[in-house]
Design a protein around this ligand. Sequence first.
Ligand SMILES: Nc1ncnc2c1ncn2[C@@H]1O[C@H](COP(=O)(O)OP(=O)(O)OP(=O)(O)O)[C@@H](O)[C@H]1O
Length: 286
Amino acid sequence: MPENHAHSSSRTTTPLVEMHNAGVFRAGRWLVRGVDLSVRRGEIVTLIGPNGSGKSTTAKTAIGVIRPDEGHVHRAPRLRVGYVPQKVALDWTLPLSVARLMTLTGPAEPAAMRAALEAAGVAHLADRQVQGLSGGEFQRALLARALLREPDLLVLDEPVQGVDFTGEVALYELIRDIRDRTGCGILMISHDLHIVMADTDTVICLNGHVCCRGEPQSVMGSPEYRKLFGARAAEALALYRHHHDHTHLADGRVQHADGSITEHCHAEDGHHHHSHDAVTGEPDAR
Ligand SMILES: Nc1ncnc2c1ncn2[C@@H]1O[C@H](COP(=O)(O)OP(=O)(O)OP(=O)(O)O)[C@@H](O)[C@H]1O
């Protein structure tokens, strides 16, 4: 049985990373503002939101690649971060083996490299060229590289990009297993507004600010969903729906459903309300 360091203690332990009212101002506008989040050991936090809503900016701010222009970010002392970025700057015309990809960002002992590749399920691909890998294999190779650092916090920016549905389920299972085995915390960006890993403890929906947050609603009980995708898929995925009732203006202000305009978007300002509903597994809800 894998050791599960996760949930029982996750609410009581000190956060690996904590953001308070964090905002990033670039090129004359706020890319994100008012972000509060924390990730503890064993916890999986998933960021969702439309394109350009500030998910990558938030993740980069959490790990210190970007400095916030307002608010605070606090990381645990000596925090080891494993980061799988959304885009990797590779020259795809040059030959590059998986083993070499592993050491591009830092040296690694052969034994450690083997262990990381094994943990990501791609030990058999060590000598293969990255150009020939499938989307899922490439994501696993990047995951292996992040695992080399034995991270306390794993930050995954769209880990299932370029991966088909079956591969997505397998990758989510792998990520959960890594969490269970190592007890690391995971901050994940989901490429899909509606589907997040069922093991996610907290979903945070961004749209330049935190729109809403909560636990994902599971579709495990839905017979149609299970019939179409199988019980394993139903265990690995859940749907989470949300509704926006306000728009962000170009100057960063917020226009609400009642037509009023405010400087910020705060849940308690009385202008807008969010609702969440469980989806009972219509397969085409993807
Ligand atoms: N350094 C920068 N200067 C100016 N604008 C930036 C900078 N970095 C990002 N942006 C803009 O900030 C917004 C948020 O970008 P970000 O990459 O965080 O969004 P995202 O939610 O991750 O998007 P996607 O789902 O498309 O990956 C985008 O409109 C982007 O163009």
